[in-house]
Design a protein around this ligand. Structure first.
Ligand SMILES: [Zn+2]
Length: 423
């Protein structure tokens, strides 16, 4: 895995300044071909779908049964690290290699999926590969989604000879995949601080995004007295603190966040009262009802602040993806696999989203987190120790092998049944 991580990191548009590997750029395409070769080298049968997702299969004894999936993404943010995504791809490959080398029988096919474009870095939307699998992208979406550097997603796919018009061909229906378990770096420091080796994810938060415009009146910073102003930035400042308070005080869910990460002031001059501010609101929650309720409260309170300050408010909802919970049987399976190897583990909520968010729309999902040093990710300092990767891949292999011999995830609903494979 260490070698794979180092070699994939050579496919990097910004060597010396973090790792940049964006969807359908040359380095990303070369990384795909490298991964395909490595998957084949360890004995997997590899297919590439119309979005460039790679699916490397280790055939089971009953290949007609729905397969068990693992895997993660291999693209990165701008100037990111070498583990986010790639860790789950190489751990998936390693797990399948461990299973193949052990000669253990498995009824279901096992597949390691290298998902295309989980990061929204180039096209503005995340999880493009898994989103298409979930049927949440149309040909029209491909045509209207443009890269920050110009071309449409549709044109870029066709330039790589991917059948963009045939997007339905990569779609998965419920039942097509038995279950999917993704390993990913934690991107937080809960594991490191608590000294726990592996995290079993309970739920993955999903984002709700607004773009907001507040319009007041630009005027002379000295000429206009305080009581007569319609200062757009002062109103937004109040909105920002209100968002922080509402998010912190929300007791309805176990984990939620609210962030204003982009802000543009017009005219942005030291001696002019801001006349207009454009900003974004990012609300994430592991519970859909809580997220929608928080969103309603944010709308109400922003409207109240705007009315009181005499500024105009326009809020446009960009997207509202549904959070997903991992399947309880997979959580139990992962915890049991940790126990059997004497590996400490705990349950976690994932604040960032992952491909499993969309895979969860057509298959039961589970996720395993390995520690991130200092909780850092999306930066060149991103690091996960090899020893943790090894433990993660071994637990993943155990879980995949068990799942591949199960008749059903629910069975009779008792936990101890999960580790009694049907043979
Ligand atoms: Zn990731």
């Amino acid at each position: 895995m260490e070698r794979w991580i180092e070699e994939i990191d050579q496919y990097n548009a910004t060597p010396g300044n973090g790792t940049t590997r964006q969807y359908l750029t040359d380095v990303e395409w070369e990384a795909r071909m490298y991964l395909r070769g490595e998957m084949e080298r360890i004995g997997l049968v590899v297919e590439m779908d119309c979005m460039g997702n790679l699916i490397g299969t280790l055939p089971g004894t009953e290949p007609e049964l729905a397969p068990v999936w693992t895997g993660s993404h291999f693209d990165t943010v701008l100037h990111g690290g070498r583990f986010d995504g790639v860790a789950g791809v190489v751990a998936g490959m390693e797990a399948l290699k461990l299973i193949a080398d052990s000669g253990a029988a498995h009824r279901r096919n096992l597949a390691c999926v290298a998902y295309a474009a989980e990061e929204p870095a180039r096209f503005g939307i995340g999880c493009i590969g898994s989103r298409a699998m979930a049927g949440a992208l149309s040909v029209q979406d491909l045509k209207t989604t443009r890269a920050l550097d110009g071309p449409s997603l549709y044109d870029e796919l066709r330039a790589r000879e991917l059948a963009a018009d045939d997007i339905e061909s990569c779609r998965k229906k419920p039942g097509d995949v038995f279950c999917a378990v993704e390993l990913h770096i934690e991107q937080n420091s809960v594991l490191e601080t608590s000294g726990v080796r592996l995290g079993v994810v309970k739920a993955i938060c999903a984002a709700l995004n607004f773009t907001v415009t507040v319009t007041g009146t630009a005027a002379h910073a000295g000429g206009m007295p305080m009581e007569s102003r319609r200062d757009a930035f002062a109103a937004v400042s109040e909105m920002s603190l209100a968002l922080e308070r509402m998010t912190r005080e929300n007791r309805m869910s176990e984990y939620c966040t609210g962030t204003i990460g982009f802000l543009q002031i017009e005219p942005n001059a030291s001696n002019i009262i801001p006349g207009r501010v454009n900003f974004t609101v990012d609300i994430r929650d592991c519970d859909a009802a809580s997220k929608n309720q928080l969103c309603d409260k944010v709308r109400e309170e922003f409207a109240e602040i705007a009315a009181r300050r005499g500024v105009a408010l326009e809020m446009r909802l960009q997207n509202n993806d549904a959070p997903v919970s991992s399947h309880p049987a997979l959580r139990t399976l992962l915890a049991n696999c940790c126990e059997q190897r004497g590996i400490s583990h705990c349950e976690l909520i994932s604040g960032p989203f992952h491909d499993s968010l969309f895979v969860g729309r057509f298959a039961p999902i589970g996720m395993l987190f390995v520690p991130s040093r200092d909780g850092l990710s999306h930066c060149p300092q991103e690091w996960t120790d090899c020893a943790d990767m090894k433990v993660g891949a071994e637990v993943l292999a155990d879980a995949l092998l068990h799942a591949a011999n199960l008749e059903s995830l629910d069975q009779d609903g008792t936990d101890n049944h999960i580790l009694s494979p049907m043979v």
